[in-house]
Write a protein that binds this ligand. Structure first.
Ligand SMILES: *Cc1c(COP(=O)(O)O)cnc(C)c1O
Length: 398
């Protein structure tokens, strides 16, 4: 008798939204090299906290700290569970019961549960807001400095932009104010990027190296946004500050496991060669993919659907590849557009409930499959899933 395997609750799906870094859909896909290293480390014992040369207890983070120091030329580095934890730990260590100066233009909410003011109050740091929503000048920061000031914090406006009549104080300006007053400057970059995306015609994301060279004392960022690896939070910067942070007892509560370390080490290794990184790290690859390649994939999907009697159109469109992680700047893409025979929202729901689930976007009442985030290997299953919706309804598209 055939026993039907019960489906896992956490299951793979096809992301046809075009959003590359989609927090709800698991953010970054791991590079093959990272997956292989995770598997190997997971099914054997390892030197996770063991010094092989000495035959005694070693340090958990050596496996990636040296790599990151070399890669971005920084004095010291730490890794914790995610970037929210990184920010929390820094504030708790360096600014508990003292003041942290932040611009009102940067008191952001990222996703439902990460609001800078809330993280700050929970960490025990006192928020000292300066400036206005659209303008914060260097003198706003200078005027706020007093005996209780512990830190100047700059938060990258990850998922929104204030445009028009604006003034943002630069990292360099903050560093010069910080140096004059003996106050460290911390930058929460959110999406940690090591590669200059401008070069590739993408958004103007500051790189970690850039912010460090501008003099920031501490920079924090995620492991699974633009970096394209496992969920983690990086803290990089000056050794004296990081030594203090490493001694915080919370570090133990926020520590990462061996699977994360394995994935991060393998991903960081790919960054040693920029070309290699762009080719092998799926997040970067999908973000930078040549529109002609995306177009080819879109036509392939359309052609295969046609074979099943399902008629679609390939169209040029824009992907919003960053989800909540990058500002919503559209990038040219190609999509397969299907005229739904039923209410589009109903059609999209049937696709979600299919096997595998397919997540689409709806635009002008059309079902849109963005080929940017559909992997070549997923196409047969995608066709099957779409066909299934039609066979249940016994209707046809355009
Ligand atoms: C995404 C983000 C965070 C939270 O990072 P996680 O890794 O999701 O915890 C914090 N700050 C900024 C600016 C972000 O963009």
């Amino acid at each position: 008798m055939l026993k039907i395997k019960e489906k896992y609750s956490l299951q793979p799906l096809i992301n046809a939204t075009g959003v590359v870094i989609h927090t709800n859909l698991g953010r970054s896909l791991l590079p093959k090299e990272a997956i292989e290293h995770v598997v190997e480390i997971s099914c054997h014992y390892s030197n996770l906290e063991y010094d092989i040369g000495e035959g005694k207890r070693g340090k958990r983070y050596v496996h990636i700290v040296d790599a990151i120091k070399k890669l971005i030329n920084v004095e010291s580095a730490l890794v914790v569970n995610n970037n929210a934890a990184a920010v929390f730990l820094c504030l708790n260590t360096l600014a508990k019961d003292r003041e942290v100066i932040v611009s009102r233009g940067e008191l952001v909410e990222i996703g439902g549960s990460f609001r800078i003011p809330d993280v700050m109050s929970n960490s025990g740091a006192l928020l000292r807001e300066v400036g206005t929503t659209n303008k914060t000048h260097p003198h706003d920061y200078e005027n706020a400095i007093n005996d209780k000031t512990a830190l100047i914090l700059k938060v990258h406006q990850s998922n929104f932009r204030i445009i028009g009549f604006t003034k943002e104080t630069s990292v360099e300006e903050l560093v010069s104010i910080g140096r004059k007053n003996g106050i460290p400057v911390m930058v929460d970059l959110g999406s940690g990027c090591f590669i200059d995306l401008k070069k590739y015609g993408l958004t103007n994301e500051p790189t970690v190296q850039e912010v460090l060279s501008q003099g920031a004392d501490i920079v924090t960022f995620s492991g699974d946004k633009l970096l394209g690896s496992a969920q983690a939070g990086f803290i990089v910067g000056k050794a004296d500050l990081l030594d203090k942070i490493a001694k915080n007892p919370l570090m133990r509560a926020l520590r990462v496991d061996k699977m994360t370390l394995a994935a991060l080490e393998a991903t960081l290794r790919l960054y040693m060669d920029e070309k290699e990184a762009i080719k092998k790290i799926p997040t970067l690859k999908m973000l930078m993919e040549n529109p002609d390649n995306i177009k080819k994939r879109a036509y392939k999907i359309s052609r295969l659907l046609k074979k099943e009697g399902i008629f679609t159109k390939v169209k040029e469109d824009l992907s919003m590849p960053g989800g909540g992680s990058l500002p919503e700047i559209g990038v040219k893409t190609y999509v397969v557009a299907l005229n739904s025979p039923i209410i589009p929202q109903e059609f999209a729901k049937k696709l979600r409930l299919g096997e595998p689930p397919v997540i689409v976007r709806i635009k002008d009442d059309l079902i849109i499959f963005d080929a940017r985030t559909i992997q070549e290997s997923e196409i047969p299953n995608l066709i099957k899933a779409v066909k299934e919706v039609f066979s249940n309804d016994n209707k046809r598209g355009i």
